[in-house]
Design a protein around this ligand. Sequence first.
Ligand code: C2E
Ligand code: CA
Ligand code: CA
Length: 389
Amino acid sequence: MNYSRLVVIDDEADLAGFVCDVAEQAGFDVEQFHSARLFMDQYKRRADVIVLDLMMPGVDGIEVIRFLAGIDCDALLILISGFDSGVLHSAQKLASEQGLNVAGSLSKPFRHDALYQLLRGLSVTPNNLPCHINIETPSVDELIKAMSNDELVVYYQPKVGLNGNNVTAVEALVRWNHPNYGLICPAFFISTAEQHGLIDELTWIVLEHAMAQCRSWHDQGLEMRVAVNMSANTLKELNLPEQMGHLVQKYNQDSSQLILEVTETALMQELTKSLDILTRLRMKGFHLSIDDFGTGYSSLLQLHRVPFSEIKIDRSFVSAMESDPEATAIVETIIMLGHKLKMKIVAEGVETETCRESLTNMACDQAQGYLFAKPMPGNEIFSWFSQYS
Ligand code: C2E
Ligand code: CA
Ligand code: CA
């Protein structure tokens, strides 16, 4: 995919001109605005990339972020600021939470190369979905039909031990094997399922697939725990622990074979009820993992109150480690904290050898990411595993 139109919004004409020069060298068609007000009044032409200075007199960058969110802007956003990197991080988070696609940020002063690399990197992929297709979000009716036609399939991604390379678990990730479009990623249909009361049914489909697969690996002599993503809604069913108990019995498995991944955001909804359910699940022997850690709002208190056995550090921190010392500090702190609380730590989104090495040095327990394997069908895990070990 090529991004051709780039807009720069910066009150400093010199800097705006510099950004334009670099963007032109990187192959963009550019346009600049020296006032945020002017931009908001005149912006008509669709941009593929917007480079925004946060600090401007009059209307500031944060107001522009609000404006862009209001018009459902789907351009890639690059933020620049002369403040410390904390401000950039906060603004980046704010923009992402409002549904904008933040592609990167730069602290002033920045060098030609840093901007050039960032811009050139954009033309590869707009986000990191493992499969790309140009489709609209599927409708509820289509999703209901897909579930009853058995079109949902489950892929598995190994969680690799960093101390000795042992593999003891995989994460189950749902895909939709669409008759016309091929494999569709969960990002296209999970929220539809959540908004229309279908997520419980979807979760149970995944759980059944995962348990059947686990049984089949077990029969072939491969002991593999399987992690399943639990949505907030499913965690509100008071009889969930009993239902889960029946599930593992049905496949003649031990409850310790299942790891339930819960995001921080899911946990925070109806906290008391979820705490009750999660505690009973843990008492029945299921493992509990806190997913996307660092992106939500859970406090240390909740980490302590819920009997989690594992923390998964969100890939936004892990992948930023190579270029951002603050991300490294966050990862290191989460690992120390988790270990003090007797939890195992898994780093998500490990793509490079350098990243693996730093995590090993920080005593992180496990890693998951494209460096080791992309998610794959259950029957491929066996041969991947024999090759890997
Ligand atoms: P997640 O639970 O954080 O899952 C990890 C995602 O990161 C997966 O995307 C995986 O393919 C991707 N990933 C793994 N390693 C790397 C890497 O090295 N680099 C990059 N860039 N990405 C990597 P996927 O399969 O598209 O799933 C996206 C999200 O959809 C999951 O995020 C999870 O929140 C949700 N999801 C997936 N399956 C289910 C499900 O059965 N139920 C529910 N409720 N949600 C699910
Ligand atoms: Ca997960
Ligand atoms: Ca995750």
